[in-house]
Design a protein around this ligand. Structure first.
Ligand code: BES
Ligand code: ZN
Ligand code: ZN
Length: 510
């Protein structure tokens, strides 16, 4: 067995900050914006008042179609000194935290040709100063992200610095908010890097190496299980999906334990388990996907695992009070002479037998081993995240993910986190009467039901493996990528769920 040859062509994935300059953006809260900037952004409200420094009045801006709405920007080059970019902030009653993130994302994207930028919000948003700082950092760092390591000339101006104008009395709170925003954006951009990286440059084995490296840098205990160890653990789902591949599978376990500032362990407020689908490339296996441009996106079939890994890297930095254990189930899904075929029966961790009726329904097979492993730790709740079904994409599109679970409390917590992070999710029912569609003539369960309610059927499969533990499942098949820049999501992998999972862990209660 040899690795695929293109894997040997550098550069492979490396999580070091040097390849993601966004991670190193200098964010500074200042009391004047006069020095060292290439561009200054000025907030303009729809009511028509424009700061004198802009040099033109509202009527002039309106002539160019500017109404002060969210997403509107006008670049005004200057003879001397930094360029001015006016950006709309929308109507006062709609100025939520999410709107500020959108406003700054539009501003930072419109300023895409400039490396050193400053922002003057004036007093347009009446939010807590820390929230203002966080939204500015998130909006700018998330929208200026690009995946560039494989391009000789990326034609991308990385953001180098962001100055934020604030009153002296607010500087401390705004700065604290920007630190939080930076941590969350860095975690999200790691998840994006992982999902954008081509399959040959990021195998399951590589994913294990990345987890060890970022885990060590962010206070996590990381254990990587190889094929032999997975055989010993009885993870027949992950092994069965991996059977057709020349690449070994990996199960990656990460543990975060809350600690006091002096490093002493403290009593966690609860114990949460996270599970991520890590299909490094989903060809469909023997049930080979028919040729379609969509299959380019199947390198992102590990976006769930990427979101979990990204989220885990933020917990220590944010002093999350909840203990979190994560399981990433990593392999590609390939056809070959050794692949699992239709009608084969796999034995999952815990002994349940599964008849494989479609090898393209592989996500539920790898997740179920992990759900059993997670259950064995008796956590207070389990949340899994997976690019699981085309049905979730069909039902909810690319903006909203599906949430399905066995416990309304955990689902409501996920929905609350989704509102806080502006990562939209919508509950679909765990309709138990459909469970009989998964009955098998030869095994305990089959991996495919009928043609309707695909997202619910997949969740019903998973539900068999969590027992009575409160559980919610996020199906991010639709939201894992966007096809064009929109607000804080640049074209490509979105990192969807990373910030949601961090917020959920931070606010989790038994
Ligand atoms: N990874 C796919 C789901 C997917 C589809 C993710 C589109 C992102 C965008 C998953 O493994 C899959 O192929 N699911 C099948 C299940 C079916 C065979 C029961 C599907 O949804 O068609
Ligand atoms: Zn599949
Ligand atoms: Zn898949």
């Amino acid at each position: 067995m040899s690795p695929r040859p293109h894997k040997l062509i550098p550069p492979s994935f490396s999580p070091t900050p040097s390849r993601a300059p966004e991670n190193a953006v200098g964010i500074l809260v200042v009391n004047d914006l006069s020095t060292g900037l290439d561009l200054v952004g000025v907030a303009v409200e729809p009511d028509g008042s424009v700061p004198a420094a802009v040099g033109v009045d509202f009527a002039t801006l309106a002539n160019a179609g500017f109404r002060g709405e969210v997403g509107q920007t006008i670049l005004l080059p200057q003879q001397n000194g930094p360029a001015t970019l006016v950006f709309g902030v929308g109507a006062a009653e709609a100025r939520t935290a999410a709107a500020l993130r959108d406003v700054i994302a539009s501003f930072a994207r419109a300023a895409g040709a400039y490396a050193r930028i400053g922002v003057d919000l004036r007093e347009t948003f009446s939010l807590e100063q820390a929230v203002i700082g966080q939204m500015i950092a998130e909006g700018a760092l998330l929208s200026r992200y690009r995946y560039t390591p494989l391009k000789a000339d990326p034609k991308h101006v990385p953001l180098v610095s962001l100055d934020i104008l604030a009153a002296a009395g607010d500087a401390q709170d705004v700065t604290a908010g920007t630190r939080r925003g930076e941590i969350l954006a860095r975690a999200t951009n790691l998840a994006r890097d992982l999902a954008n990286t081509p399959p040959g440059h990021l195998t399951a084995t590589d994913m294990g190496d990345v987890a060890l490296e970022v885990g060590a840098a962010h206070g996590l205990d990381v254990e990587v299980f190889d094929k032999q160890q997975l055989i010993e653990l009885g993870c027949g789902g992950l092994l069965g999906v991996n059977a057709g591949s020349v690449e070994e599978p990996r199960m990656i376990q990460l543990r975060y334990t809350p600690k006091a500032d002096n490093g002493a362990a403290i009593e966690p407020t609860g114990h949460l388990a996270l599970v991520g689908k890590g299909i490094m490339y989903d060809s469909g296996g023997i049930s080979l996907k028919p040729s379609d441009p969509m299959h380019l996106a199947m390198k992102m079939d590990m976006a769930g695992a990427a979101a979990v890994l990204g989220a885990m890297t933020a917990l220590a930095d944010l002093s999350c009070p909840t203990a979190v254990t994560a399981f990433l189930m990593c392999t590609d899904n390939m056809p070959s002479g050794s692949a699992t075929v239709l009608g084969d029966v796999l034995t999952l961790r815990g002994g349940t037998t599964v008849e494989v009726k479609n090898t393209d329904a592989e996500g539920r097979l790898v997740l179920s081993d992990a759900l059993v492993l997670a259950s064995e730790e008796h956590p207070d709740a389990i949340v899994d995240i997976a690019t699981l079904t085309g049905a979730a994409l069909m039902a909810l599109g690319t903006k909203t993910a599906a949430v399905i679970g066995n416990d309304q409390g955990v689902i409501d917590r996920a929905v609350a986190s989704s509102k806080a992070t502006d990562e939209s999710i919508w509950q679909l029912p765990l309709e138990r009467s459909y469970r009989k569609q998964l009955d098998s003539d030869v095994a305990d369960i089959s991996n495919m039901g009928g043609k309707y309610a695909g997202a619910t059927i997949a969740a019903l499969f998973l539900a068999d493996f969590v027992g009575d533990i409160p559980w919610a499942h996020l199906d991010i098949a639709g939201t894992m990528q966007v096809e064009a820049d929109e607000s804080w999501r640049p074209k490509g992998a979105t990192g969807f769920g990373t910030r949601l999972l961090v917020d959920l862990a931070e606010h989790f209660t038994k």
